[in-house]
Design a protein around this ligand. Structure first.
Ligand SMILES: NC(=O)c1ccc[n+]([C@@H]2O[C@H](COP(=O)([O-])OP(=O)(O)OC[C@H]3O[C@@H](n4cnc5c(N)ncnc54)[C@H](OP(=O)(O)O)[C@@H]3O)[C@@H](O)[C@H]2O)c1
Length: 294
């Protein structure tokens, strides 16, 4: 299959490219700026694409004529979305609209990557039938993009995920790597203990998307880890695993942070549908931790 990926330079994008290439797919990786990916094989090509430009989207799709689009690119930082709502709307909603309106001309199978932040965080352990209710602007834009995908007249899949972690291949940090940095520098680090998540090992998410592609599994899928943890739990486990000083971790409640974007308190996914339909088997957090620092 010829698969065009947006956000290919991003955290998920880099792992997904690697996995799709390993599965013998042809990958058209796209990103806003220059290529930050290390792949050399002939089945890999990179093209600069800012998907907020309808014209650029049209040109790139005309040039490559992919069978599938995986739209992983987004403005992903909730605080930045809250502070720059017009840009967040342009990137997360309008960008998705441009991709869909070009995809429809060729009936391209469209896969959209979404988030647990479309939920309000009151209940937690959401399945695919749970009712969304975003509490911040990032979540609102991702939900608006989802509803555009929902109206796409050809095959589509929405993959929602939760707090992705793993080894950053090109710089982007996640909670595990931040804990390592802070504690190695002897710095205190405040981590929330009243948010609940099912953290997702990045290779599990990529593998789940590859299974979706192989089965052309349409509709909505919740793909995350299975272990229910707070960020503070994750930080403590990371410190212990790395033999670092866990007493530098300060256990705080979310309301002691004054962040521009509210975070949903309790998310986490019920992944039964993915387990049953895709045979999706995530690693435990302990295994993911080991792989992150291997
Ligand atoms: N990471 C998580 O914990 C998490 C959790 C739930 C859902 N998700 C979703 O998973 C997907 C992948 O996230 P990620 O963790 O890989 O995020 P990421 O590392 O921030 O990657 C997003 C990528 O999108 C690119 N991008 C932003 N605006 C663009 C534009 N206008 N045109 C082209 N590319 C653009 C960024 O380019 P630059 O790098 O050049 O800025 C970046 O490479 C996103 O849809 C996100 O909402 C992630």
């Amino acid at each position: 299959m010829k698969i065009l990926l947006t956000g290919a330079n991003g955290f998920l994008g880099q792992y997904l490219c690697a996995m799709l290439l390993a599965e013998q797919h042809e990958v058209i990786a796209t990103g806003k700026g220059p290529c930050r990916l290390p792949f050399q094989q002939s089945s890999f090509q990179y093209h600069t694409l800012d998907f907020t430009s309808a014209e650029q989207v049209q040109t790139v799709l005309d040039q490559y004529e992919p069978d599938i689009i995986v739209h992983a690119g987004a403005m992903t930082q909730p605080d930045q979305c809250e502070q720059e709502p017009e840009k967040a709307y342009r990137v997360n909603v309008e960008g998705t609209r441009h991709l869909l309106s070009c995809a429809v001309k060729r009936a391209i199978y469209f896969i959209y990557i979404s988030t647990d932040f479309i939920f309000d965080g009151k209940q937690g352990m959401y399945d695919e039938n749970a009712i969304p209710g975003p509490v911040n602007f990032y979540g609102k834009t991702k939900l608006q993009a989802e509803s555009l995908v929902n109206q796409y007249p050809f095959d589509w899949t929405i993959v929602r995920t939760v707090l992705v972690y793993g080894k950053p291949l090109a710089g982007r940090n996640n909670i595990l790597t931040v804990v390592k940095q802070k504690l190695e520098n002897g710095e205190k680090y405040r981590v929330v203990s009243d948010q609940v998540r099912t953290p997702t090992y990045v290779e599990d998410l990529a593998a789940g998307i590859v299974k979706i592609i192989e089965q052309r599994a349409g509709g909505l899928f919740h793909i995350s880890g299975a272990d229910i943890l707070t960020p503070f739990d994750m930080a403590i486990k990371t410190a212990h695993f790395l033999g670092l000083n866990a007493s530098l971790l300060v256990n705080v409640n979310a309301d002691t942070f004054s962040q521009p974007a509210i975070r949903p308190l309790k998310t986490g996914f019920n992944i039964t549908k993915a387990r049953m339909q895709l045979d999706y088997q995530p690693h435990s957090f302990e295994e993911g931790l080991r792989k992150t620092f291997s």
